[in-house]
Design a protein around this ligand. Structure first.
Ligand code: HEC
Length: 131
């Protein structure tokens, strides 16, 4: 029993949800993994909604924040650059963040879906090459 709960605690600490990192603390992250966790925490829930016909009013604000934070994390990821091609993909992700912000300002679901899909494509392209 005791050993099982210790194990559960360990697993939670090792793989459990990572704490939220405020935007003004992103610059202080000192590992690429930590930057990636922020990106995943921000983007993954929205990637799951790609294709949705409508977004709720509260979603627009949340999406605008994610779009902005993605530009910050993408820029930060270049502190852990693995070469020129990595930097090109990190810049592409920053641009995807800006494009998502523009799509969000239209408040049109298809535009947001397309921007999210493009962003997910950049995550995948970089992981294919560097992860
Ligand atoms: C410029 C390249 C690049 C882009 C763009 C990128 N990643 Fe990553 N990602 C990496 C690399 C490299 C690793 C492996 C990290 C390591 O080995 O330390 C990684 C690892 C991860 C991990 C695993 C972290 C861990 O625990 O090891 C997650 C989750 C992740 N990325 C999410 C994302 C998401 C979500 C996006 C897009 C919003 C994204 N990444 C975009 C390069 C990138």
């Amino acid at each position: 029993m005791r050993r099982a709960s210790l194990l559960a605690l360990f697993l939670f600490a090792a793989c459990g949800p990572k704490p939220f990192v405020p935007t003004d603390k992103i610059a202080t992250l000192d590992r690429l993994d930590d930057v990636m966790h922020v990106q995943a925490r921000d983007a993954d829930p929205w990637f799951k909604k790609i294709g949705q016909a409508q977004y709720a009013d509260a979603d627009w604000e949340a999406l605008a924040t994610v779009a902005l934070r993605m530009q910050t994390t993408a820029a930060k990821s270049k502190s852990f650059s693995r070469g020129q091609s990595f930097d090109v993909l990190a810049d592409r992700l920053a641009k995807d963040g800006a494009d998502l912000a523009a799509a969000v300002s239209t408040k049109e679901a298809p535009a947001v879906n397309a921007a999210l899909e493009k962003m997910r494509g950049t995550c995948r392209a970089c992981h294919k090459e560097f992860k």
